[in-house]
Design a protein around this ligand. Structure first.
Ligand code: PCA
Length: 328
């Protein structure tokens, strides 16, 4: 063959096309998350994306955008739904106003241990997956945060001690708790929490030792009542079209890594619960068990909230709660 300019042109075209095919075989996903790199969920995500890389033979590369750098916590679900991000990590309870079932793991005292929280997850999983499916998404995995307690400036002996204080909420349910104890709720996501405490916008909140440590809460609030009231979950989700566009082997690799991340995440969360409380103590915080009165007051709040939730969630919600209780 004589190498005319024309054949050269054709050859380079074919070469480029070949490159495009091999580049196309590698898919890149963005995965926004709302928590810092040192957070337990984010550490688990970092391992997950490495495992996905290995399990898919490098065909699926996921880039985590942590600390709400790409989307703020309440925006991530919609971003994944709309395909602006192919995957994302969401705090399920954030979306309770859209559909009550997203908030099932945020009802105080419904499930307070890791074992019960996992049972609640299993009892609700199919319903959550179905809803995600209807919204054009798939669930990859979900992991519980450590049990939720109360951070305050002064030790509290009863709900009455929280009257009038500025109360940070991260979800509709935590705002409702604030209302029920007579505090002044303001919604602030974790990424802005340190600043909200530093500026005095927030002087109390309910969350985990994990968030207390991540946000250096001990620099502002010195007490943590270890009420172990509920364990909300983060879920890692993917856009269904993006998932369906992967070949079968890549999907399988992704799902395998997700199943491992879920197991690893639950184990780490439980193990780290005590570690975080120790770190809070080491940094000058008093961690104390709730008094009988505080416990009784918070349990009453939980009963009110379960009733309100069941009224809103209807038969679909009741079926999940019944299935969870039957399996306990
Ligand atoms: N930390 C998150 C949600 C639940 C938790 O333990 C937060 O406080 O924003």
């Amino acid at each position: 063959m004589k190498l005319t300019r024309r054949t050269l042109h054709a050859l380079s075209g074919a070469l480029l096309a070949g490159l495009a095919v091999s580049a196309g075989a590698q898919t890149k996903w963005d995965l926004p998350s709302a928590y810092p790199a040192s957070n337990m969920h984010t550490e688990n995500l970092a391992q997950f994306v490495k495992d996905v890389d290995a399990a898919t033979g490098g065909k699926l590369k996921i880039q985590v955008h942590d600390n709400a750098s790409l989307f703020k916590a309440p925006e991530i679900k919609r971003a994944v739904q709309g395909g602006q991000a192919q995957a994302g990590e969401i705090l399920l309870v954030n979306f309770q106003n859209e559909w009550p079932l997203w908030g099932i793991d945020g009802i105080p005292f419904l499930a307070t241990s890791y074992a019960d929280s996992f049972k609640l997850y299993q009892a609700s999983k199919a319903t959550l997956q179905k809803k995600l499916g209807e919204q054009g998404m798939v669930l990859l995995y979900a992991v519980a945060w450590p049990p939720q307690g109360i951070f305050t400036k002064k030790q509290v002996a009863s709900a009455a001690d929280m009257k009038g204080i500025k109360w940070r909420a991260y979800s509709p349910a935590t705002a409702r708790i604030g209302e029920l104890v007579g505090a002044q709720p303001v919604t602030v996501q974790q990424a802005e929490l340190s600043q909200a405490m530093a500026t005095g916008v927030v002087e109390s909140y309910m969350s985990s030792g994990s968030t207390g440590y991540d946000t250096k809460t001990y620099e502002h609030l010195k007490f943590f009542a270890d009420t172990q009231a509920w364990l909300p979950k983060n879920a890692v989700i993917a856009n269904k079209k993006a998932f369906d566009a992967l070949d079968k082997a890549t999907q399988d690799g992704l799902l395998k890594a997700a199943a491992e991340a879920e197991q690893r995440g639950w184990t780490a969360s439980e193990r780290k619960t005590g570690e975080y409380l120790d770190l809070l103590k080491k940094n000058g915080m008093t961690v104390y068990p709730p008094s009988a009165q505080l416990k009784a007051d918070m349990q009453k709040v939980g009963e009110t909230m379960l009733k309100e939730w069941l009224d809103k969630a209807g038969p679909e919600g009741k079926a999940v709660v019944d299935a969870y209780r039957a399996g306990k």
